[in-house]
Ligand binder design. Structure first.
Ligand code: HEM
Length: 178
């Protein structure tokens, strides 16, 4: 998993709680590199899971809630650092439609070893979409947070439902722009 994701998570803890809290979490997670992440490095996904399990114990929030909150925060970071990637996108459904074929493709050029999910558009109207998400990491709550923050970026709100599919590692989002 890309270091940018880890540095963003640590930033979130520092900003939303405190630098001391972020330090405490890193120490308790007993990370192999003591949490010394660089944005362009790559680190095992298990490290993210360790941090999340410490956070669950400390905050009482579920891993899914934490991932959702982090998704919202991460979108802000991505938009700030990689705003150019979003420059040609005019609304939320266009963004989601081009996530797989364009946005994450550009991400892959910047970070060749990025662990990116797969998104497939199943159906689409002017204000709705069914979007399928596949990732062995099953970070669908992170995707939900990213989507809601992206919608806010375009001044709209989503009504969404998430359905787990019968085949592995796959979820489908039914999305309506309101
Ligand atoms: C609503 C829009 C977006 C959604 C729903 C989305 C979804 C996701 C998800 C769920 C992941 C976690 C990996 C996984 O699931 O296996 C991910 C990773 C990532 N995405 Fe996106 N993404 C969005 C927009 C963007 C944008 C705008 C950028 C950059 C400009 C971006 C860059 C990345 C990067 C750098 C990673 C990390 C890859 C790694 O850890 O190696 N994403 N995305």
């Amino acid at each position: 998993m890309l270091g940018f994701v880890f540095t963003s998570l640590v930033d979130m803890l520092e900003e939303k709680v405190s630098p001391e809290f972020a330090d405490e979490v890193i120490v308790e997670a007993e990370l192999t590199n003591d949490g010394a992440y660089t944005a362009v490095g790559y680190y095992p996904f298990e490290e993210m899971q360790k941090i999340l399990s410490i956070l669950t114990a400390k905050t009482g929030k579920s891993v899914n809630e934490l991932l959702y909150d982090f998704g919202v925060y991460l979108f802000g970071k991505l938009a700030a650092v990689h705003g150019n990637v979003l420059a040609d996108t005019k609304d939320i459904l266009q963004l989601l439609e081009h996530l797989d074929g364009d946005i994450h493709v550009q991400v892959r050029k910047l970070y060749p070893d990025a662990d990116l999910p797969r998104f497939t558009v199943i159906s689409r109207t002017d204000n709705s979409m069914r979007l399928r998400y596949f990732s062995e990491r099953e970070l669908y709550p992170l995707a939900e947070g990213l989507m809601d923050a992206a919608a806010a970026h375009f001044d709209c709100t989503l009504e969404r439902e998430t359905h787990q599919m019968s085949f592995p590692h796959t979820y489908e989002f039914s999305i309506q722009v309101v």
